[in-house]
Design a protein around this ligand. Structure first.
Ligand code: GLU
Length: 513
C-alpha cells in the first residue's frame, strides 16, 4: 500500500486567496482520510514577488481554519527544509544532474538578444517566438556553441540560465483524477528555464524536485496549473523519476457569484464580500482586503462552505464538521466544472453553525464583538445575548448592531411604529405598569410576564397593545427576540428607567404628527 503524502505549496506573494485555502483544505482532508501526511511548503524562490508577512498570513489562516500541517516550516518533519529559499543547494545539485545527463543546457542569450529575436520574428510575421528544438540552434547556448566555447563562457563568468531540453515527438499523458486523461505533445512545450541567472530555480524545477524529494504521492492544486503539468511530466522523465511520479488532481476554478468568469480579488472589494480567510493590510498604502474571520464567520462554517465549492458528498447532507468531511471526502467526487462563489450560501452555513453552537461557546465571541464597539459586557450577559440573537443573525458581526439595545439606550428607532402604537390616553396605565415592574421582587422573564399579563387583564388591554410599547421603549423597535427575555437581560433598574424615557419620547412623537 502506498503512503499518502500531499502538500500545500503556496507562494508568499500576498494574502492567501480563499481558493488557496480550499486547495489546502482538500489536501488536508485527503491526507487525514488516508492516514497520510499533510505538508506545507513555502515556494518563495521568486524574489521579485516576495511579500513580507505573507508566510505568517498563510500559517495564521491554516491555524484559524483548523487545518494544520504535519510537516512544514517551523513544524519540522523528515523532508525539510520546507522553505524553498533554504533549498538552493539542492536545486543546484539537481540542475547539474540534468546538465550532466544532457537533459538540460546552458543558455547565454541576454535579455536584449531575446527581445531582438522576438522583434525580428514578429517583423517576419511570427508572433509566437518560442525557445525550443526548432529555434535553439540559432541561439547562444551550449547545444549550439559546442563544448569548448561553452566552457570558455563559463570560465569568464558569463551570466547564463539553464533550460530544459525538450525533444519533439514525445507524447505526454497526464492521468488526472479530476479531469481524466489529458494528453500533450512535447512540441507544445518550450525549453523552459529551470535555473535563472540569479542562481535561483524557477517554480517548475523547484516544484518537481521537491515533490520528488518530499515523496509526494498526490499533487492536488488549482486548475490553473494544469498546463504546466505537461512540462512537469517531461521533467520527471528527464530526471528518470517517471515511475514514482505523483498522481494529479486539478481542482475546478472558483467563479464569480454570478458565475461569469474567475473569482478575483477585485470581486471582493466590488461586492463587499470577503474572498480571503483573514483581513490583510500589510501597509497603509494598500486597500484593506476583507477576511472571513473579521467579517464574523466561524472557521467551521467557512470550511464547510469551502468544502462544497467543487466537491459534494452525493447525498442531501450539507452540514459537515471537519471530522465528518474527512470521512466523506473523496477525490473522485470533485467536480470538473467551475464552482460558483455563492456568498449567500456562506452566510447560510454560518447561521446554521451559530444556531448549533452552545450559548456559552459563543459568549466570548459575542463579548469580543461588543468590545470592538467599546462596550464591555459580562460573560453572563454575552451568553444571554448569544442565546437570544443567534437565530436572528448570520455572522458574529451582526450581534452588536442587532443587540446594541441590550447595553445602551438607542432611543426610538422605529418612529412610525411608535406613532402607531402609542395612545396618549393610555399613558396613566403604562405608568402604572412601570411602577409594578419597578416593584417586582424577582427580575426574571416569567415573573415579568406574569405581572404584565395581570396588568393587561385589569386594564382590558391585549398583547398587541402592550408588548410593542414595552419593546419600543426598551429596545427602540418592535422586532427582536422574546420581549420579556429582553427586559430580563436589560435589567430591572435600566428597564424601568427606559420605560420612563421611552413613554416621554413616544408621547412627543405622537404629538408631532
Ligand atoms: N507555488 C504554487 C502556487 O503558488 C504551487 C502550485 C502547485 O501546487 O504546484 O500556487
Amino acid at each position: 500500500m502506498s503512503t499518502v503524502r500531499v502538500r500545500f505549496a503556496p507562494s508568499p506573494t500576498g494574502a492567501l486567496h480563499i481558493g488557496g485555502l480550499r486547495t489546502a483544505l482538500y489536501n488536508y482532508l485527503y491526507a487525514r482520510q488516508r492516514g497520510g501526511t499533510f505538508i506545507l511548503r513555502i515556494e518563495d524562490t521568486d524574489q521579485k514577488r516576495y511579500v513580507p508577512g505573507a508566510e505568517e498570513y498563510i500559517l495564521e489562516s491554516l491555524n484559524w481554519a483548523g487545518i494544520t500541517p504535519d510537516e512544514g516550516p517551523g513544524i519540522g518533519g523528515g523532508h525539510g527544509p520546507y522553505r524553498q529559499s533554504e533549498r538552493r543547494d539542492t536545486y543546484r545539485k539537481y540542475t547539474q544532474h540534468l546538465l550532466d545527463a544532457g537533459q538540460a543546457y546552458y543558455a547565454f542569450d541576454t535579455e536584449a538578444a531575446l527581445e531582438q529575436r522576438r522583434a525580428d520574428e514578429k517583423a517576419a510575421g511570427n508572433h509566437n517566438f518560442r525557445y525550443d528544438a526548432s529555434t535553439r540552434e540559432g541561439m547562444r547556448n551550449s547545444l549550439s556553441l559546442g563544448k569548448e566555447e561553452t566552457q570558455r563562457l563559463l570560465d569568464q563568468d558569463t551570466p547564463y540560465v539553464v533550460r530544459l531540453r525538450v525533444d519533439p515527438g514525445q507524447t505526454v499523458h497526464i492521468r488526472d483524477i479530476v479531469r481524466g486523461d489529458v494528453a500533450f505533445q512535447s512540441e507544445e512545450v518550450d525549453d523552459k528555464v529551470l535555473m535563472k541567472a540569479d542562481g535561483l530555480p524557477t517554480y517548475h524545477l523547484a516544484n518537481v524536485v521537491d515533490d520528488h524529494l518530499m515523496a509526494i504521492s498526490h499533487v492536488i492544486r488549482g486548475e490553473e496549473w494544469l498546463p504546466s503539468t505537461a512540462l512537469h511530466v517531461l521533467l520527471y522523465r528527464a530526471f528518470g523519476w517517471e515511475k514514482t511520479m505523483p498522481e494529479f488532481a486539478h481542482l475546478p476554478l472558483l467563479l464569480k457569484p454570478n458565475g461569469k468568469g474567475k473569482l478575483s480579488k477585485r470581486d471582493g472589494q466590488q461586492l463587499g464580500i470577503p474572498v480571503f480567510p483573514l483581513d490583510w493590510k500589510p501597509d497603509s498604502t494598500e486597500e484593506k482586503l476583507m477576511g472571513f474571520r473579521e467579517a464574523g464567520f466561524l472557521p467551521q462554517s467557512t470550511i464547510n462552505f469551502l468544502a462544497f465549492l467543487g466537491w459534494n458528498p452525493g447525498t442531501e447532507q450539507e452540514i459537515f464538521s471537519l471530522p465528518e468531511l474527512v470521512e466523506a471526502f473523496d477525490l473522485d467526487r470533485i467536480n470538473k466544472s467551475g464552482a460558483q462563489y455563492d456568498f449567500e450560501k456562506a452566510r447560510w452555513y454560518n447561521q446554521q453553525y451559530l444556531i448549533a453552537s452552545a450559548d456559552d461557546e459563543l459568549a466570548p465571541l459575542v463579548q469580543q464583538q461588543f468590545a470592538d464597539h467599546g462596550r464591555a459586557i459580562t460573560t453572563a450577559q454575552a451568553t444571554r445575548i448569544a442565546g437570544l440573537l443567534k437565530e436572528r443573525v448570520h455572522t458574529l458581526e451582526e450581534f452588536y448592531p442587532q443587540g446594541r439595545y441590550f447595553t445602551e439606550r438607542v432611543g426610538i428607532t422605529d418612529e412610525k411604529m411608535a406613532r402607531k402604537k402609542w395612545k396618549s390616553e393610555q399613558r396613566p396605565a403604562f405608568e402604572e405598569l412601570r411602577d409594578r415592574l419597578a416593584a417586582l421582587p424577582e427580575w426574571e422573564a416569567a415573573k415579568i410576564k406574569a405581572a404584565t399579563v395581570a396588568f393587561m387583564k385589569e386594564h382590558n388591554l391585549g398583547f398587541g397593545a402592550v408588548l410593542p410599547v414595552l419593546r419600543l421603549a426598551v429596545s427602540g423597535t418592535t422586532n427582536g427576540p422574546d420581549a420579556f427575555a429582553i427586559l430580563e437581560t436589560v435589567g430591572q433598574e435600566e428597564t424601568v428607567a427606559r420605560l420612563g424615557v421611552g413613554y416621554e419620547a413616544m408621547e412627543e412623537l405622537a404629538g408631532r404628527e
